[in-house]
Design a protein around this ligand. Structure first.
Ligand code: UGB
Length: 604
């Protein structure tokens, strides 16, 4: 190797240490110096001083080099190119005008909805689920991993258990009974606790082999437009998160995407860590993708102008058109520059004309693997430096390359088809992202709260909707503000996925009946049938039936049920309660559990 570069005065320390550096590390250092990164190695201490720190520094460089397709040199090249574009003020939407994307509207439970559900439900064993869970709940004020938070506090089901329950329910319904692959992307921040949670709970009934944990790594921060890697201190890089788009790189580099394709999986459904309703939409979304030949199906809601979800649009111009998420911070300027000088505002429907991205994505695996191979999984990186002034020659603080998972269609050509499926918000999108104070402020400003209480509220609302479709009479209780966040007091309905994954299943299992006010109904089991069941007041009824237990429930139940207890802002309670401001107390709900196969009747 040519080591003349070591003769530079600033590299005298490195030169003195050179003989102690392993050959592969020497190669990497030389490559970095050739890329203008000599500052990383300037002023090294003499051998014998800080040797452990030097070794750790080289280890960290080697690790990052191995993780990123194209290595550190590739990362620096990508950074330089993107930073040059950013400096020029290149507009990524130059010449493009937003139009309506191709979309299927499933905001009501129409015959079409059920047709799509039937198509999707027949393919449960051809679907894998990818959960991106590398983010910390900083906005939420929760110290653990978000997957451990309870999606509801009647039974305190964590998001992770809720997702696992859905996978198990999909498996139970498929002809092949093949385990549904479950890919979880974690980060250094969330990985250990995610694994701990899975192991402590015996993988929530999943097989360990069906769960693929992929860990995203941090990327180096960049100090200037030349792509100089930034140091925190001598021998220590500044590292930052690369974004949820890492999932594509990891599915490629791990070989998992190709492996699942070879195993016969046809679609991957990508979901976020705390969007509980994702599985409500899965059967119909799969049906839509199959029927319409979508390679990429973005699940969406009617977006409120200004809300922090991207807008889905077809961008047309420069002889091309492609359907993309325009991230929430870019939508307003794009609209102002093109079709509406007023920017991100409502149309006559009261919503943004552009459907809001739930970031629940259904991707056809065949197409996906092809795109991953061509791109090595590096999907539409971008950079967003904060410059010190208009000359754009220096940054306020080091920046880094980022990537978002919804940007995959940026790599699509004419033959790939992108569509949008719009669902009712309660049914499809109720993330748990904000602490109570921020949620209350968002509500006061007229926006969605996206908080623990609203996520739980929508969980029950989806249960009520399923009962209503099944023909049960549902009378909703009043809405209350708890610490400024709205919560409907009832009925609180949890229909576990074991009971129903499609509207048709609910319809087949529920006949007549009524549920009103603050009543609670929890059903968990494949073979439970309700015949003219009535629950009024605060009555609570919980029925759980193991596989092979066939339970028929009849009559009018009356008991003291579950009572909501408000906790106040300063209550000394665990964080999962603090982030919602209430808990439930069982004051005498009827609870039936059948743990042996057989035929049972519960008659009030
Ligand atoms: N995530 C990771 O796994 N790794 C990371 O490095 C970062 C995040 P945020 P964001 O649904 O409301 C997205 O931070 O990025 C996971 C869409 O871009 O909650 O602000 C993380 O664990 C936006 O269009 O969201 O915005 C979580 O599961 C809109 O749809 C997920 O990525 C918005 O989500 C999202 O991370 C939304």
């Amino acid at each position: 190797m040519d080591t003349t570069f070591l003769d530079h005065a600033e590299l005298a320390g490195l030169k003195a240490n050179w003989g102690t550096i392993a050959a592969d590390r020497q190669e990497l250092v030389a490559a970095l110096v050739a890329e203008g990164q000599a500052a990383l190695f300037a002023d090294w201490d003499a051998p014998g001083t800080n040797d452990a720190a030097k070794a750790a520094f080289l280890d960290s460089l080697a690790k990052i080099n191995g993780n990123y397709p194209g290595g550190l040199v590739g990362y620096i090249h990508n950074a330089r190119k993107l930073l040059a574009e950013s400096k020029e003020g290149a507009n990524p939407f130059e010449g493009l005008t937003p139009e309506q994307p191709e979309k299927v509207d499933l905001t009501s439970f129409s015959a079409d909805f059920e047709k799509y559900e039937a198509v999707g439900a027949a393919r449960f064993d051809q679907v894998g689920v990818v959960l991106v869970a590398g983010g910390l709940g900083e906005r939420l004020g929760y110290n653990g991993i978000k997957l451990d938070i309870a999606v509801e506090v009647l039974e305190c089901t964590s998001y992770l258990k809720h997702y696992a329950d859905n996978l198990i329910a999909m498996q139970a319904r498929s002809a092949s009974k093949r385990p549904v692959p479950f890919v979880i992307m974690v980060s250094q921040d969330t990985g250990p606790k995610t694994i701990e949670s899975l192991e402590a709970n015996h993988y929530f009934g999943l097989r360990k082999e069906q769960v693929f944990i992929l860990q995203q790594e941090l990327v180096p921060a960049i100090a200037d437009n030349d792509g100089a890697l930034a140091l925190n201190a001598k021998y220590e890089l500044i590292l930052k998160p690369h974004g949820h788009g890492d999932i594509h790189m990891l599915l490629h580099t791990s070989g998992v995407a190709a492996q699942l394709k070879d195993a016969g999986i046809e679609y991957l459904m990508f979901i976020q860590d705390t969007n509980g309703p994702s599985f409500n939409t899965l059967p119909a979304a799969v049906g839509v993708s199959v029927e319409n030949g979508y390679d990429f199906n973005s699940l969406a809601i009617r977006r409120k102008p200004g809300e922090a979800v991207g807008g889905l649009s077809k961008l047309v111009g420069n002889g091309k058109e492609f359907t993309l998420n325009v991230e929430y911070n870019q939508l307003d300027p794009l609209l102002r520059a093109t079709i509406n000088p007023a920017g991100d505002v409502a149309d006559e429907t009261g919503f943004s004309p552009f459907p809001g991205n739930c970031n629940t994505l259904l991707i056809k695996l065949d197409t996906y693997v092809r795109i991953l191979e061509a791109s090595r999984g590096i999907i539409a990186e971008f950079v967003n430096p904060k410059y010190t002034d208009d000359t754009k020659s220096a940054f306020k603080k080091p920046t880094r390359l980022e990537t978002m998972m919804q940007d995959l269609p940026k790599l699509f050509g004419e033959s790939e088809k992108v569509g949008v499926t719009i669902f009712d918000r309660m049914w499809s999108f109720s993330p748990n992202k904000n602490n109570v104070a921020d949620a209350a402020a968002k509500i006061a400003a007229g926006g969605p709260a996206d908080a623990s209480a609203t996520a739980e509220n929508d969980f029950y609302a989806a249960g009520r909707a399923r009962l209503e479709v099944a023909g049960m009479q549902v009378e909703t209780a009043e809405e209350k503000r708890i610490l400024g966040v709205p919560f409907t007091l009832g009925p609180k309905v949890i229909l576990r996925p074991s009971f129903a994954m499609t509207l048709a299943e609910g319809r087949a299992k529920v006949t007549g009946g009524a549920i009103r006010g603050e009543a609670t109904l929890i059903l968990d089991g494949a073979d439970i049938a309700l015949e003219n069941v009535e629950l009024a007041g605060k009555t609570g009824l919980v029925v759980k039936a193991c596989a092979g237990a066939k339970v028929t429930v009849k009559g009018r139940f009356e008991n003291a049920g579950f009572e909501l207890v408000e906790l106040g802002a300063d209550a000394d309670v665990p964080e999962y309660l603090k982030i919602r401001g209430y808990r439930f107390e069982n004051r005498g709900a009827a609870i039936y559990e059948f743990t042996e196969p057989g035929e049972y009747t519960i008659e009030a």
